[in-house]
Design a protein around this ligand. Sequence first.
Ligand SMILES: [Zn+2]
Length: 93
Amino acid sequence: MTTATIETTLPSEPSQEWRPRAFCRSCGEDFNGDRYFDLHRVGAHEYEWSPEHEDGRRCLDESELRARGLRRNAEGRWHDPESAERLRGAHRR
Ligand SMILES: [Zn+2]
């Protein structure tokens, strides 16, 4: 008698490993918290960015995020390792 084990990856819980925390539908990036999300949206609130409204609301791109000290963590979410470090330091006092 042969026991045939059919190994199939069940698509049961695809959201187990990765679920967005502060996901931006405009640029497709996820952020490790609302404050980082807020940080990456710049410009006027009244209108979206467009060639006619260059000061309009838009997302920072990857190099701009990095220039502001944000880094992508192991889960692919943007966060600020330096301010996280500062917070830990302040907490100890
Ligand atoms: Zn965005």
